[in-house]
Design a protein around this ligand. Structure first.
Ligand SMILES: Cc1ncc(C[n+]2csc(CCOP(=O)(O)OP(=O)(O)O)c2C)c(N)n1
Ligand SMILES: [Mg+2]
Length: 576
């Protein structure tokens, strides 16, 4: 007898799904067994469903194709939620299978009862309960189309017993109808002409580029050249924009650097391309600065900064159509200034990574060493917290390397799961997780999956013994550091104990060889990089508020007998 679960798996296969990241159990057993019997799809046995959702998200991010994760009823699928929020906000196509209670028990306060259709509502485009065999094929097909077409999460909630019923007689899914290709969206000519007029009238034009610039590198270079415009990027745009780019002036935002920050403020026209960069304080305000924005999603336009012109279109097609309407700029002063500023900012950042740590390893040195030694098509994943800062500033992109993080949802503990998904999707590529000690230990169970699944992921733990990013936050807002310290094990020894090569770095002189050896190792590795806890990752501009906060923090630290922390802070940051 063909079951609903069999039909479910056949549809997934027709949509090109190659694996399902999941923790099996009770109400999910039927679907898991159908996957086993179908034979064309891998059931990736995770330790925690949340990690499975991060893994599916990374796979979808890298391939652009549908990826799938699953959890059993109640707590099993609840664990998916945080990872799914990340997938949804990063706009990657992921289908979650939320197995549900036996259908006859729904609403009775049964063991493990939750209401997934409500719980997953906010982190999905589409979330429906399958209540009968005849309903399943259409629900699953609609879920797939929404996830892929609207780029985000769909959730199919399916009671365990419904999955085991006899399948309804439905035509087999047709891949071309299941996965219609994405349209190419170009604004109407009069709107492009308005944009061209604004840009042709500008003298100091800056481009702010985000993840929507994927695939538009050539067009971006041509427009920047025509306008002699510096290019600032948001973190989501880094992997698509930064490389082979003579107009690049770095990143803006809290974790960016000064040249990006000033190129944004010091322009008369800002053109935002495929970016939803959220920090409003970094946008130019007043003084006659004009802002234009191009985005595929109308709802993104004007929601961060008030725009003078908003166009709905994809960046590549829009820039291609815009280019012939632009007159070449005859003055490159703004670009030259911004580039000069960038060279200085880059030099001082590189100096911080030089390895002259006088006893302590500065995390910048480790990040730069990873970038220097990684293969040319490496996939990097970065944990939220300071590892994201080091990744933004020190990982060199080249058009083939990829960088994934939790850049919109901002969840800790993303990097290991994303590395698992990246390595599953690309077994032959080098995958490097830049993990915080907080992030790594938060979902450490799936470190064991590297052995179980045979994945040669390189995990670099930035072991600063603290929730470092939060310590910086606390300092700059006048709080004394509190609730942030870790009593960590020797992570390298721990790795060895579970069958993974461990390399511990305690001195700056050990970093280059240690990183090179780790990356050359033919299997999973953990680098336990014991880095400076008191590292001051300076934002591009220190506001009066931050300066006040910092002064208050210093006063409080002195008064509460924690002057030694201040000495450490000064010793490791000022006297380098
Ligand atoms: C799940 C979750 N909990 C809490 C936070 C708030 N938060 C952001 S960064 C951070 C510290 C991260 O510490 P760690 O992983 O050790 O990295 P570090 O900044 O020390 O390098 C915290 C607690 C979050 N973003 N996500
Ligand atoms: Mg830490």
């Amino acid at each position: 007898m063909k079951t609903v679960a069999d039909q479910f798996v056949e549809t997934l296969a027709a949509a090109g799904v190659k694996r399902v990241y999941a923790v099996v159990g009770d109400t999910l057993n039927g679907i898991a067994d159908a996957i086993r019997r179908h034979g064309s799809m891998e059931f990736v046995h995770m330790r925690n469903e949340e990690v499975g959702a991060f893994a599916a998200g990374a796979e979808a991010h890298l391939t652009g194709e549908l990826a799938v994760c699953a959890g059993s009823c109640g707590p099993g699928n609840l664990h998916l939620i945080n990872g799914l929020f990340d997938c949804h906000r990063s706009r990657v196509p992921v289908l979650a299978i939320a197995a549900h209670l036996p259908s006859g028990e729904i609403g009775s306060g049964y063991f493990q009862e939750t209401h997934p259709q409500f719980l997953f509502q906010e982190c999905s485009h589409y979330c429906e309960l399958v209540s009968g065999a005849n309903q399943m094929p259409r629900v699953l097909e609609m879920a797939i189309r929404e996830a892929v077409g609207r780029r985000g999460v769909s959730v199919v909630v399916i009671p365990g017993d419904v999955a085991l019923r006899e399948a309804a007689d439905a035509p087999p899914p047709k891949p071309a109808g299941l996965l219609p290709p994405q349209p190419v969206v170009t604004p109407a000519l009069p709107d492009l002409e308005n944009l061209a007029t604004m840009l042709n009238d500008g003298r100091r034009i800056t481009l702010l580029c985000g993840a929507g610039c994927a695939g538009a590198h050539d067009e971006l270079m041509a427009v920047a050249d025509r306008l002699k415009a510096p290019i600032v990027h948001a973190l989501g745009g880094k992997e698509y924009v930064e490389w082979d780019n003579p107009y690049d002036v770095g990143m803006t935002g809290l974790i960016g650097f000064s040249s990006g920050y000033y190129a944004m403020l010091d322009c008369d026209v800002l053109l935002m391309l495929g970016t939803d960069f959220p920090y409003r304080q970094f946008y130019p305000r007043g003084n006659g600065v004009k802002i234009a924005q191009v985005d595929l999603r109308a709802e993104n336009i004007g929601r961060r900064a008030s725009v003078d012109l908003g166009l709905v279109g994809d960046v590549k097609a829009t820039l291609g159509a815009l280019l012939p309407l632009l007159t070449p700029a005859n003055n490159d002063t703004h670009l030259v200034q911004a580039r000069g500023h960038y060279a200085k900012a880059r030099k001082s950042l590189d100096e911080l990574a030089s390895g002259d740590g006088r006893g302590v390893i500065h995390p910048q040195q480790v990040a730069k060493a990873l970038s220097d030694h990684a293969s040319q098509d490496a996939v990097f994943t970065a944990d939220v917290g300071l590892p994201t800062v080091w990744s933004a500033r020190y990982l060199a992109m080249n058009g083939r390397r990829r960088l994934i993080g939790s850049f919109r949802h901002g969840s800790m503990a993303n990097a290991l799961g994303q590395a698992i998904g990246a390595q599953k999707a690309f077994p032959g590529r080098q995958v490097i997780s830049l993990s915080g000690d907080g992030g790594f230990s938060m979902l450490m169970g799936d470190f064991l999956s590297l052995v179980q699944l045979g994945l040669p992921v390189k995990v670099c733990v930035f072991n600063n013994g603290a929730l470092g990013f939060i310590e910086l936050e606390q300092k700059s807002s006048g709080f004394i550091n509190f609730g942030t310290e870790f009593k960590n094990p020797n992570f390298a020894a721990m790795a060895e104990a579970v069958g993974i090569r461990g390399i511990r770095l305690e001195r700056p002189s050990e970093v280059p060889d240690g990183v090179a050896t780790a990356l050359a190792h033919n299997g999973p590795v953990l680098i336990d990089a014991v880095v400076n806890r008191q590292e001051l990752a300076m934002p591009p501009a220190v506001t009066l508020e931050m300066a006040k906060g910092f002064t208050l923090f210093m006063a409080k630290a002195l008064l509460s007998g924690r002057g030694d922390e201040l000495i450490d802070l000064a010793r490791t940051n000022l006297w380098r």
